[in-house]
Design a binder for this molecule. Structure first.
Ligand code: CUA
Length: 334
């Protein structure tokens, strides 16, 4: 028993602190918008903790000062009545003031979440069950990718949010607050990432079987690195170099794969699934489920329904040679 409580005493602070750091923590902030929210949360928690302590102290005091049963229960003690009215009135007033303060500060912080209209990186995100389609708009230089957003540090990013099927919610806690993606309407979110890094995001609205596996990454990098990434994404897919990859491309284009996916520079132009033009440049596949390697690409293509049950990718009948070749081709699409 004592060992158990000692273990709990050491595990509990670790669990509490684990929520305060990392790539997906609202307290490990990477920009002014998330910092405002983190401060608001700390402020509200601190005030609530103070109120809780005050209530507990009042309770302890009342128990300690418990008076004897009155001999005449209906007798009115005017002094005591006045004191009680003062305490109750004071508590009601304090509650009103505190709730008013929370309302005003919440409103003020929520307003500051709109990062402005200046020169921005403009991105469209569309939520699908269960992945994110990401389109960078910049005049006629647009390109589409999935599940991973690259942004330049220090520059405003504005994201237009829509959904294809059900309601999803964009949430990258280290950068800004949540915003829903709703079919039939467009929402917007904006933020500035102020330090380079990889920020993890997660769909924050229950959207079906694989809601928990609808992750994304925001990669904030220097403007030079961002421009280099952008240029590489604008380019069409790399032409396969070795015979296995060439065969893989043929298999990809002749099988049902091409009916759902785009690989720019080939005849595959469908939009039902993620754009695969540079799939191997992304760090994960299947919206954060697997790290991108040739092996995991093969596993995913061979049996997507076991890895992520209920998703829209069907199992395509492939011979072992075809599967090998197609995963080699996919892994070459950097
Ligand atoms: Cu999309 Cu939950």
């Amino acid at each position: 028993m004592r060992q158990g409580s000692r273990a709990a005493a050491s595990v509990l602070p670790a669990l509490l602190c684990a929520g305060c750091a990392g790539a997906q923590s609202a307290f490990d902030t990477g920009g002014a918008q998330a910092l405002g929210l983190a401060r608001l949360m700390i402020f509200i928690m601190a005030v609530c903790a103070a109120v809780w302590l005050a209530v507990m102290a009042a309770l302890a005091f009342a128990l300690w000062r418990r008076r004897q049963e009155a001999t005449e229960p209906l007798a009115i003690d005017a002094r005591r009545q006045r004191r009680m009215s003062l305490v109750v009135g004071g508590s009601v007033a304090a509650t009103v003031v505190i709730i008013g303060l929370f309302t005003v500060t919440s409103f003020w912080v929520t307003r500051s979440l709109w990062a402005g209209d200046r020169d921005a990186v403009k991105i469209d995100m569309r939520g699908y069950q269960w992945w994110w389609q990401v389109t960078y708009r910049d005049g006629n230089q647009a390109f589409t990718t999935a599940n991973e957003i690259h942004v330049p540090v220090g520059r405003l990013v504005r994201i237009r949010l829509t959904a294809d099927d059900v309601i999803h919610s964009f949430w990258v806690p280290s950068l800004t607050g949540k915003q829903d993606l709703i079919p039939g309407r467009t929402n917007e979110v904006s933020f500035v990432a102020e330090r380079p890094g990889v920020y993890r995001g997660q769909c924050a609205e229950f959207c079906g079987l694989q809601h928990a596996r609808m992750a994304m990454q925001v990669i904030a990098q220097s403007p030079q690195d961002y421009d280099a990434w952008r240029q590489s994404q604008l380019a069409p897919a790399a032409k396969p170099s070795d015979p296995e990859q060439v065969f893989g491309e043929q298999v990809f284009l002749s099988k049902p794969c091409a009916a759902c996916h785009t690989v720019r520079g080939t005849s595959a132009t469908a939009q039902l699934g993620p754009d695969l033009t540079h799939v191997a440049s992304r760090s994960t596949i299947a919206a954060g489920v697997l790290e991108t390697t040739r092996g995991s690409l093969a596993a995913w293509i061979a049996d997507p329904q076991t890895i992520k049950p209920g998703n829209n990718m069907p199992m395509v009948a492939l011979s072992p040679d075809e599967l090998n070749a197609i995963s080699a081709y996919m892994a070459s699409l950097k």
